[in-house]
Design a protein around this ligand. Structure first.
Ligand code: 5RP
Length: 252
């Protein structure tokens, strides 16, 4: 993992070197400072969100936080939160969520996100869409100028039925951007990755800018066979970035 500097070196103060995982933890802990007793909390998924969930569990155990109810965004987070003794519920019982804390794969200057490289985008979007406040926590490696421009995957969750047909439709939708559409599989077995909802993920890769994000989002969602995509447009209310020069926070 890349080691990044979090303070300016000086003769009296040696530089503190944090790994990428430690930076994720710094961002996560900062976000948990916004959690208050009695909140209904959306619990994110991934290696950054995991630190936030752990911290919430710790503060509950210490009695610093009380009466928290967590709404997990994946089976994995459900398991983690259970093991930490965080009381859990769902959107059926608690349709309004006070605050969600989650990571992201890409964040653009307008706080639009790509999520779902961990495969949990559907539940994340449902829960984070039901939140009054959504804090996104990242290390600075996630910051991009344009979504989809990092050369990394833009995930789309689709139904398994005739997945090749849907993948081809997705590819054609973005043919001007030189789109490649790949079924997400396990490298060891070649078996498709199956989401918590029993669906497949098509990872889209672009050679060029995809242009207007809202238009791209609408076009993807119009395809029958698509369940949801990993662009989270205008959903984040706060961004916390941990990087070389410390932690920065930005509100919508
Ligand atoms: C999972 C997600 C994650 O939030 C995203 O992939 C970031 O993960 P990490 O914190 O491990 O980098 O969207 O579906």
């Amino acid at each position: 993992e890349a080691a990044l500097m979090v303070s300016t070196p000086s003769p009296s103060r040696p530089p503190v070197i944090l790994t990428q995982d430690e930076l994720k933890k710094v961002a996560a802990y900062k976000a948990v400072e916004f959690v208050e007793s009695g909140m209904i909390l959306g619990l994110g998924t991934g290696s950054t969100a995991k630190h936030a969930v752990e911290r919430i569990g710790e503060l509950l155990k210490q009695g610093i936080l009380k009466n928290i109810i967590g709404i997990p965004t994946s089976k994995m987070t459900h398991e983690q939160a259970l093991s930490l003794g965080i009381p859990l519920s769902d959107l059926d019982t608690h349709p309004v969520v006070d605050l969600a804390i989650d990571g992201a794969d890409e964040v653009d200057p307008y706080m639009n996100l790509v999520k779902g490289r961990g495969g949990s985008l559907l539940r994340e979007k449902m829960i984070e869409g039901a939140c009054k406040k959504f804090i996104v926590i990242v290390d600075e490696s996630k910051l991009v100028k344009h979504l989809g421009g990092s050369g990394l995957a833009m995930p789309v969750e689709i139904v398994p039925f005739c997945w090749k047909f849907t993948a081809q439709k997705l590819k054609l939708l973005f043919k001007d951007a030189g789109c490649v559409a790949m079924l997400r599989t396990f490298s060891e077995t070649g078996e498709p990755f199956v989401t918590d909802n029993g669906n497949y993920i098509i990872d889209l890769y672009f050679k060029k800018d995809i242009g207007d994000l809202k238009a791209a989002s609408d076009a993807i969602l119009r395809l029958t066979g698509v369940v949801e995509h990993g662009m989270f447009l205008g959903m984040a209310t706060t961004l916390i970035v941990a990087g070389e020069l410390g932690v920065t926070m930005k509100n919508k």
